[in-house]
Write a protein that binds this ligand. Structure first.
Ligand code: SF4
Length: 225
């Protein structure tokens, strides 16, 4: 959205209907579960409007739980009907903006692994089996510590790196040193070959210097959604 989306507030409700942009099969391209065949549920709206945001999430509509689950079940299977995508990723936008506990419970009951990608500013109590990957954002006044309820159950932190944007040219300690949370760093995609090459070089340098793990956007390399 490149920062052109409206900043949306959290919404409450039973979670029987959620604002969904799309459900689609892919592989997880980023972070600790990269490479896993997945079904993505892209939820609508975000509580931030980052200038570099590479995702469209505003064209959403209300989906009932049964509509979401029937799409997930369909895309979890291959053409022969075998269950091949056992990971469901809730992404956005910002998934914690919406009441997602019922959806997570339903997915877990059906045997899926559930991962949430969040910017770490919002939280809702969820089943302990839900895996959270947090990608903190620097919203102009420096990074803030990740809230404790997210940090204590965070599978990994993922930071974006940009050589030309001083807000993203470094990795802050937002709490990872307290709990030895794994840190992944990922070159920001600025849709500019020269900038992207500099971002990759800086990311590699920071990995080599500090021992961070490299995250690349596999789905973009493969040309899949
Ligand atoms: S937090 Fe993520 S989804 Fe939301 S605007 Fe920023 S980059 Fe986009």
């Amino acid at each position: 959205m490149r920062g052109r989306n409206p900043i949306r507030k959290p919404v409450e409700g039973s979670g029987d209907v959620l604002e969904v942009k799309e459900v689609f099969p892919t592989l997880q391209g980023e972070g600790p579960l990269a490479g896993m065949p997945s079904v993505f549920i892209r939820l609508g709206g975000c509580n931030l409007a980052c200038k570099f945001c590479d995702t469209a999430f505003e064209d959403f509509s209300p989906w009932s739980m049964s509509e979401i689950m029937s799409s997930v079940r369909k895309y979890a299977r291959n053409d022969q009907g075998a269950s091949v995508r056992k990971l469901v990723v809730l992404t956005g936008g910002e998934p914690f903006r919406q009441p997602i506990a019922t959806l997570c419970d339903t997915l877990l009951e059906e045997g899926f692994t559930v991962q949430i990608e969040t910017n770490g500013l919002l939280f809702r109590p969820l089943d302990a089996r839900v895996q959270i990957v947090c990608s903190p954002k620097n919203i102009g006044k420096g990074y803030k510590p990740v809230r404790g309820d997210i940090l204590e159950r965070c599978l990994a932190l993922k930071f974006l790196i940009s050589a030309s944007n001083k807000d993203y040219a470094y990795v802050p300690d937002v709490g990872q040193s307290l709990l030895s949370t794994p840190v992944y760093i990922q070159p920001m995609d600025e849709y500019d070959a020269e900038k992207n090459a500099a971002n990759l070089a800086l990311t590699q340098e920071l990995c080599a210097r500090h021992g961070y793990r490299l995250s690349l956007q596999l789905h973009k390399m493969l040309g899949i959604p």
